[in-house]
Design a protein around this ligand. Structure first.
Ligand SMILES: *Cc1c(COP(=O)(O)O)cnc(C)c1O
Length: 368
């Protein structure tokens, strides 16, 4: 048996002709950076995300970085993020010289617990960066309320949740400036690195357009110390094709998750994903938890089922952040999730019988 953790077989072969056509048009167009394809994809993604502006960028980490820079967050400032996020969220904050401040997640949804945000706010706090982890939308209205009360910016990290909603409103449309990633394995993935920021604020969008291109609006005249963080024409053209299929692929992800929910219920000590009543989940990842995580992962690997751990070490315990002086035990919920979580295979095109095989092998592990 071979059930990979992630496969493109349900997505890429079916759109190959269209993708090759887009590549061919790009190739013959002889224009490679910041042209019509980037503009077109920005328009399409903004429309999909129901926001006014989208700025196409080099990757998701750069998107978070540019969002922070655009909002003027800098040395001495503090930014609140969930303690169980992917390292990129923290790194972007470090890039602008600010300090990440960790707040524990809710142990049901794995998203930042809005009720705990307020106690982490200090005079230095400038922003909250909620992360729609694994594909489930955060409780955005509660987060926006805390932010408004304390006059803070909100920057959504929407790398994992294209198309998810909180109270019916899309992720990536709530915050002042939001970052997303089109890394190949994300729900909407390029064939290489790509990302974007989304915003409803024309002034902020203009700043971000300038920052991504050497801080220059007019070629060879530089207003600010900018970056080269541009989305390229090739990826933009390919993303325009894939965006048309995103909802269809998301529906397949939801179907597979529903099969897992049904078939895994009551298996061993497994904790299944739980969805907040106001949120939707687009299942970038299907994450279960068990005290026997490592043994279960080995058992599945031995029969040819791929799994991954998102993530084995929370940011506060990473060597890169040793200088912040955090200790083991300081964020027990993030550490508990890191010690027990396991992401099992889920990708568009995965069949019901493949899903059942994963479930049978998990059940088999508990019968041993
Ligand atoms: C993937 C990811 C990023 C970074 O995106 P890249 O395109 O890989 O730079 C940021 N935050 C989260 C939560 C992610 O999953």
């Amino acid at each position: 048996m071979n059930i990979p953790f992630l496969s493109f077989q349900g997505m890429h072969p079916g759109i190959k002709a269209e993708m090759m056509q887009a590549f061919s048009e790009f190739y013959d167009g002889n224009w490679f950076v910041l042209g019509e394809r980037v503009k077109k994809f920005e328009k399409e993604y903004a429309a999909y995300n129901k926001v006014e502006h989208c700025v196409g960028l080099s990757n998701g980490l750069d998107a978070l970085h540019i969002a922070l820079r655009t909002l003027g967050i800098q040395q001495g400032d503090e930014v609140i993020i969930p303690s169980n996020t992917y390292i990129a969220t923290a790194l972007a904050i470090s890039y602008v010289g600010a300090t990440p401040v960790f707040v524990e997640p809710d142990l049901q949804t794995y998203n930042i617990d809005p009720a705990k945000i307020e106690t982490a706010i200090t005079a230095k706090t400038k922003a909250i960066m909620p992360v729609h982890l694994y594909g489930q939308a955060c409780d955005m209205q509660s987060i926006m309320n805390v932010a408004a009360k304390h006059n803070l910016f909100v920057i959504e990290d929407n790398a994992q949740a294209h198309g998810a909603t909180s109270q019916g409103k899309l992720t990536g449309a709530w915050g002042h400036m939001n970052g997303t990633s089109f890394y190949p394995g994300k729900n909407l993935g390029a064939l290489g690195d790509a990302g974007a920021v989304t915003t409803n604020d024309a002034v902020l969008a203009k700043k971000a357009y300038t920052l991504r291109n050497y801080g220059s609006e007019r070629k060879y005249y530089n207003e600010v110390i900018g970056y080269n963080m541009r989305l390229d024409e090739c990826q933009a053209g390919l993303l325009s094709v894939k965006l048309k299929y995103l909802d269809q692929w998301t529906a397949q992800r939801k179907q597979i998750a529903a099969w897992y929910d049904e078939m895994l219920k009551g298996t061993g000590d497994i904790i299944l994903p739980a969805i907040h009543q106001e949120a939707t989940h687009v299942y970038h990842l299907y994450v279960i938890r068990t005290k026997h995580r490592d043994e279960l992962q080995n058992h599945l690997a031995a029969v040819g089922i791929g799994t991954l751990i998102h993530y084995p070490v929370p940011p506060h315990l990473q060597q890169a952040y040793a200088h912040l002086g955090f200790k083991k035990g300081q964020f027990p919920l993030a550490e508990e999730i890191a010690a027990t979580c396991l992401s099992i295979p889920l990708w568009p095109g995965m069949t019901q019988s493949q899903t059942a095989q994963v479930v049978e092998n998990i059940a088999g592990f508990y019968k041993k």
